[in-house]
Design a protein around this ligand. Sequence first.
Ligand SMILES: Cc1cc2nc3c(=O)[nH]c(=O)nc-3n(C[C@H](O)[C@H](O)[C@H](O)COP(=O)(O)O)c2cc1C
Length: 261
Amino acid sequence: MDLSTTYLGMRLPHPLIVGSGPLADDLDTVRALEDAGAAMLVLRSLYEEEITGEQMEAFFNAESHSESFPEAESYAPEPERAFGPDEYLEHLRLIKEAVRIPVVASLNGATSGGWHSYARMLEQAGADALEIQIYHAASDMTSSAADVERQAIHVVREVKRSVRIPVAVKLAPLLTAFAHFAKTLDSAGADGLVLFTRFHHVDIDVDELEVSHLRTVLRDVESWMNEHEWISLSEMRGNMSLERIPDPAAYERTNFRMALR
Ligand SMILES: Cc1cc2nc3c(=O)[nH]c(=O)nc-3n(C[C@H](O)[C@H](O)[C@H](O)COP(=O)(O)O)c2cc1C
């Protein structure tokens, strides 16, 4: 059986790669993924906001007297940051030392600016390729879909000019004219298209106008358990496990037959 293929000009033993996300945050997990046969690894995205945030931080640290107003920090609590740009570069270097499979860095941004220089730094840190995550929440009413696409194409051109390694573009799942956009990205120099990212949906409580739904879920779980006369999670846990079924073989066979119907 020959499952080998090529992606971004690289020969891979098979097409199973680890997509962009937090799985590559931990070096032991990265090694385990390679041992398990992953053909390639894509790091989580380095966000444009992280890059500009660090630049702004450096600017304000140099230019302002924020230290004389320690309480000012509480006005704008810093969001949790997975990897700042420097940590990201260092992490990439460590991963490159730890594994032999190709490692792809991911940049998330849709505006032009200083971050094309980060593309170069990621290349220098050893990235075998770059994935550009061009997701852009187009909330500006004066900006058209064509404007958003043009901006994305501009970013791709800019990054392609900055690096020699292959550049893939990760696309949103909902595009009005996918074929046209894909062709334009190709013409702009994209070496691959990643289909597709999946958005995480936010639940909004329309009565309370709150984003968090945790309490409701907890309350519903408790009332469901009451209704079904469960008294604890430990009592529920494993209740449908095969081990607790008198004839596991018959159960499996029934499931198999149902699945084939
Ligand atoms: C927890 C989590 C974090 C992710 N982080 C990123 C990210 O940083 N950059 C990115 O381009 N995609 C990210 N993704 C998207 C995945 O790479 C992938 O495109 C998406 O999950 C769709 O694939 P799936 O349908 O197999 O889950 C993330 C997904 C998950 C579940």
